[in-house]
Design a protein around this ligand. Structure first.
Ligand code: FEO
Length: 399
């Protein structure tokens, strides 16, 4: 049974959604699943862009055979060699002996590493400025190293204005039949999943994403067809704007993430008191999250969203609570920059959170730590320092 949708003139979506996989990269929770997107261009020459993860291969191959209707597959365009998209290349090569594979030189090198095959004259290496004519449709190639791996290329199909964007502009979440962004009830759902995907998967490589965006700016993009999540055919300007902010490590909103760890509720109480004090002063853009309950990938996404981050943690083994330490180290690993941070520590005998967190944040780029940090001994009994911190955050938000 084919599960295909046409996305544009002669271009078809034949990707597959997976709602069974619990963890993407065995790391990131997929509460709403994930889609692996592949596209077919039906022209004088037939072309397929990427494949899908091995666990959803069967419906993908059924779709492909149905689209080909007995014809030969002429080209496979490999935008990205990560196995969630490349797993089925070996099977394709066996099924279609005349198939030519288009990838960057690094992509071909990786293909050899993963599949132990020598493609010989079936390999076509492309670089910036190269193009491939399929008949009516022409694919123009753009290299995009480190978005998300070094071999990545994007391709722009100039007849329809479709940008095949690899991992860029991707999002977590299965496509419930609604493969276009504007078919969902609210775009905000997709922006949240696109941010969680961006920050955690590509966030470290902001500079390289900037370079790719500069190349993309020269194109008349009417549709963005990424490897995960919806095909964007509206609000493309908004999406590009968000990518500009995310890749420059600029916050999406003036607002506050209060991230807390708490063993017995005392540090949580301080975090809640601060949230109330901020709300009292009119702060609306705010999320309060327990790092032991909220997945790290969601915490990272919220850190990418907001301008201000409050860290509230008990002292544990003379350092941060391990879950909080993990969050801070992940922010650092992903290169988060340009944020204002306030610290609340709790410690019954040797508080060490402010010292440890300050060391980590000081080693990151352009993180400013507020002066109104709070040190609690076991439990909060005095609201004055909380009020003072709230005042200072609000003043900073309104600067
Ligand atoms: Fe969805 Fe970097 O692969």
């Amino acid at each position: 049974m084919k599960t295909i949708r046409k996305i544009s003139q002669d271009i078809y979506y034949l990707g597959v959604s997976d709602r069974r996989l619990a963890l993407f990269e065995n790391l990131f929770p997929l509460d709403n699943g994930v889609s692996y997107n592949s596209y077919f261009i039906d022209d004088e020459k037939t072309a397929l862009t990427d494949t899908v993860d091995r666990y959803v291969a069967d419906p993908f191959f059924e779709n492909l055979e149905s689209l080909l209707g007995g014809r030969q597959l002429d080209y496979l365009i490999v935008h990205h060699m990560e196995p969630d998209h490349a797993a089925n290349i070996g099977r394709l090569l066996e099924m279609y002996p005349q198939l030519k594979v288009v990838a960057s030189a690094k992509g071909h090198q990786m293909l050899k590493q993963f599949f132990n095959v020598d493609l010989g004259d079936r390999a076509i290496s492309v670089k910036d400025g190269d193009s491939l004519s399929l008949g009516k449709h022409t694919l123009n190639f753009v290299t995009a190293p480190m978005v998300h791996w070094p071999e990545v290329i994007l391709s722009y199909e100039s007849h329809t204005g479709t940008l095949f964007s690899a991992d860029a502009f991707g999002a977590f979440g299965a496509l419930d039949g609604r493969i276009f962004n504007d078919e969902d009830v609210v775009d905000e759902n997709w922006y949240n999943e696109a941010r969680r995907y961006y920050a955690n998967i590509v966030g470290k490589y902001g500079m390289q994403v900037q370079a790719a965006l500069k190349k993309a700016a020269a194109l008349d993009i009417k549709m963005i067809a990424p490897l995960h999540g919806p095909v964007w055919r509206s609000n493309i300007g908004d999406l590009l704007e968000k990518y500009q902010l995310w890749s420059k490590y600029q916050p999406e909103q003036q607002g506050v993430l209060i991230a807390y760890a708490s063993m017995y509720g005392n540090t949580e109480n301080a975090a809640n008191a601060l949230a109330l004090a901020l709300a009292d002063r009119g702060v609306k853009n705010m999320d309060v999250r327990d790092v032991s309950v909220t997945d790290l990938s969601e915490m990272i996404s919220l850190a990418w969203k907001y301008s201000h981050i409050v860290i509230a943690s008990p002292t544990y083994n003379l350092a941060l609570h391990p879950k909080m330490e993990h969050l801070l180290m992940d922010m650092k690993a992903l290169n988060l920059q340009n944020r204002t941070v306030a610290l609340i520590e709790n410690g019954s005998w040797a508080p060490a959170v402010i010292k440890n967190a300050t060391e980590i944040f000081s080693s990151m780029k352009n993180i400013s730590i507020m002066e109104e940090n709070i040190s609690i001994k076991s439990a909060l009994h005095d609201l004055a320092p909380i009020e003072k911190m709230a005042e200072a955050i609000v003043a900073d938000l309104n600067k």
